[in-house]
Design a protein. Sequence first.
Length: 441
Amino acid sequence: MFEARHTMEAPTTTSADKGASGGNEGGGWFASRDTPQTAPTGEQETPGTTDPARPQLSAQRPAPEPRASRDAVLIQRTMAEVAPIADKVTSYFYALLFVRHPELRSLFPAAMDTQRDRLLRALLTAAEHIDDTEVLVAYLQNLGRGHRKYGTRAEHYPAVGECLIGALSRYASAIWDDETEAAWVRAYTTMSQVMIDAAAADALRAPAWWYAEVVSHDLRTPDIAVITVRPDQPYPFLAGQYTSMETPWWPRIWRHYSFASAPRSDGLLTFHVKAVPAGWVSNALVHRARPGDIIRLGPSAGTMTVDHTTDSGLLCLGGGTGIAPIKALVEDVAEHGARRRVEVFYGARTGHDLYDIDTMLRLQHNHPWLSVRPVVDEQARVRLPDAIRAYGPWNEYDVYLSGPPGMIRSGVQVLRNVGVPSERIRHDSVEELALAGVQGP
């Protein structure tokens, strides 16, 4: 059994950590969907302006690629070594964790298959951005905030780091040495401290989770339900964001759903849920949940939100239950009183899948700046990529995509091909959507 040659530094515990009780049930490490969203970040430099303090680059010579730090090289080399045997690495990690620290087992769901995938995905994401401080910190802060609902506390992090390095050293033994281990210790200590600090700051302003009562359950199709819940206390979120949800029937299993409306004065929250094959949470919500049932909600997350400081038009592409956050964005524009153009393409495989078309058409009737165009695959007259090309131009629009991963990938490609700048295209992480199965099982 691996014994660390470097001491895993215990991350700092703040007073806010000590005061946060966490939960009785959790979901485990690196299990959050709260990954960075594909959205414009930071301020865009105005064309034609320069910063006199910034060195100017020759127009003939591209900027050199920044050199990776030594720690980044070692960490990424480790990840490349273990990638082909990722399942063995993560299984061994959990075996170490549960044998050495059995008290942590209750933080994890009974079924660990999805958990293993998410751990690897989080490690790969961190390794990919190890030298990109802005991206990495934002990613880790989301994880830290999201882990509060699992009952994660600051004192858990050293145990996880010890077992993680133990698993990596075992399966990357061909390249593992003192220098590599030291790089991982430094990286994990820094990463865990970012997560702890984010959780501590979040604990000062919000609970780890909200209880919410189901107040209505509308079965729109045999496998799609529109569910409205009442949280036990005010729940802050923005149109276009999503939350994680746990049902009483599957403790410690959390899945992610977008809000289907803008914030409402009555505080109610609405979600569109599709039951997917072998989907524990989605099937429970669609086929078992009834008014009066109590669920738990994690904090809101996501950056697929409207920038109300501009008057740019909005192009919204929603497929299947992906129409839910698109509807919320339309309501958000309406509530701000703007008269900016909003063009919605509502994609579906069959006419039967346009389960919320009546709602969208009512919104179109009430708001002359809104256009709603259903695009149904089975009719074969025009498919979504063709519809995007047929209208426009879209290069001055902010674009929002929500739906199956394949739709998002093809939609992004078409949009780029017709001249829409990448920084104007916003959507949830395709990788996480693929992992979770569109909206999560």
